[in-house]
Design a protein around this ligand. Sequence first.
Ligand SMILES: NC(=O)c1ccc[n+]([C@@H]2O[C@H](COP(=O)([O-])OP(=O)(O)OC[C@H]3O[C@@H](n4cnc5c(N)ncnc54)[C@H](OP(=O)(O)O)[C@@H]3O)[C@@H](O)[C@H]2O)c1
Length: 187
Amino acid sequence: MPAPTSDSRPRVSVYLGVSLDLQIAHADGSLEFLDRHQQHDYGYDAFMADVDALIMGRTTFDTVVGFGVAWPFGTRRVIVCTHRPLGEVPADAAPWVTTHTGALTPLLDRLAVEGVRHVYLDGGATVRAALAEDVVDALTLTVMPELLGAGRPLFGADVPPSRWELSGLDRWPNGAVQLRYTRARTN
Ligand SMILES: NC(=O)c1ccc[n+]([C@@H]2O[C@H](COP(=O)([O-])OP(=O)(O)OC[C@H]3O[C@@H](n4cnc5c(N)ncnc54)[C@H](OP(=O)(O)O)[C@@H]3O)[C@@H](O)[C@H]2O)c1
């Protein structure tokens, strides 16, 4: 089988809730600013219906497991980027969870060969690494009407410049705005 090209890689989508000052979590890693705005689903279910695998950073995986609720990703493959063993994984997650260390491009090429078409990429450092590798195709940011001040910024100096096309825009009565961008591959 020929090596997959970038065209045959799964589409990679980032879908994040952010504060008005583009933070993805409070300084202690908690997510109260998102919890306060859970009266809408912001298109999450429709987005997830089209996703067949997830790649997430270790912090995000530990956060989801720490919620102590039923595993929310069903039978989709979940690849956790980490340098360390996962330890005990909840029984309802264990069959679907594997780990990965290092660059994302070879992982995406492997997933393509395995038939994965659409990846939901989640996390902070992991998203920035994917942007640095230029493997993110779609970026959906749901902006909550709150300034956090101290927090965990989504973007940083490790993210290289890139251009994006607006593919959608929505607003909700609570003041949340969703910006949907796709990567403009002309530069
Ligand atoms: N607002 C939202 O929508 C949203 C969504 C997701 C997460 N969050 C929150 O945002 C924060 C994200 O934290 P974070 O920036 O630490 O992000 P993260 O991307 O979830 O996790 C980063 C960690 O993943 C591991 N890792 C990442 N890339 C790797 C690679 N290529 N190879 C090996 N290991 C790799 C490293 O952990 P080790 O070296 O320790 O293994 C790294 O410290 C958390 O508080 C989370 O709950 C918010």
